[in-house]
Design a protein around this ligand. Structure first.
Ligand SMILES: O=C(O)c1ccccc1NCC(=O)[C@H](O)[C@H](O)COP(=O)(O)O
Length: 205
């Protein structure tokens, strides 16, 4: 998110996490100062193959409490981050096209707090497409995960079905983005409110 009034307005909906993109090729790239958020919201920085110094600088400048690694960050990179970041959650993202080899997650498990599964597309994130969530039936890691990629208000029934499947057992969050925007980085608060109400109505939150 980029617009401070929009950020503060959205924070009133009390999401668990709010994301700020620190990837200079994204139309959502954050270059401005960002407001302090309520303690209940994890302010999250999204990075794509960024150097450690850049990540630490953004954590300090924006008081980030979580980082979402959206590039090809290695196990060694995550291991190093875990040793230098003490109070920052690490969310490692993997993008899925058709199938996914979940065994590759094992080596990351000791060094990350969560995994996030997004849809593989032209851009490292924010593509607006869903992947076939049924691949998550093969999820065999122990860490909880976030579900992401093209989730919109029209996804409600699919989400309801998904959360009835064993594949969703370790899914603790859904991550939404472009389907709730009026412009890149500018969220449609009314649509998000509606989504939240509809999720609550089917007991998904
Ligand atoms: O949103 C971006 O511009 C972006 C750019 C580079 C890396 C990650 C990015 N977004 C990360 C997200 O967590 C998105 O919420 C996720 O990719 C889902 O986006 P969407 O498919 O638009 O719902």
């Amino acid at each position: 998110m980029r617009d401070n009034d929009n950020i503060l307005e959205l924070s009133k909906l009390n999401p668990d996490y709010m994301g700020f993109i620190f990837y200079d090729k994204s139309s959502r790239y954050v270059t401005q100062t960002t407001p302090t958020l309520p303690d209940s919201i994890m302010k999250t920085g999204v990075f794509v193959n960024s150097p450690v110094e850049f990540i630490i600088d953004r954590i300090d400048t924006h008081q980030l409490r979580a980082i979402q690694l959206h590039g090809n960050e290695s196990v060694e990179f995550c291991k190093y981050l875990k040793t230098v970041l003490h109070n920052t959650q690490i969310i490692k993202v993997f993008s899925i096209k058709d199938d996914f080899d979940f065994t590759k997650l094992t080596a990351y498990e000791p060094y990350v707090d969560y995994f996030l599964f997004d849809t593989k597309g032209k851009l490292p994130g924010g593509n607006g497409y869903t992947f076939d969530w049924s691949v998550l039936k093969n999820y065999n890691a122990t860490k909880p995960y976030f579900l992401s990629g093209g989730i919109g208000i029209e996804s409600l029934l699919n989400l309801k079905d998904f959360f009835n499947l064993p594949a969703s057992e370790k899914c603790i969050a859904i991550d939404v983005n472009s389907k709730f925007e009026t412009a890149p980085g500018l969220k449609n608060i009314e649509l998000l409110k509606k989504f939240k109400t509809e999720l609550a109505a089917v007991n998904l939150i």
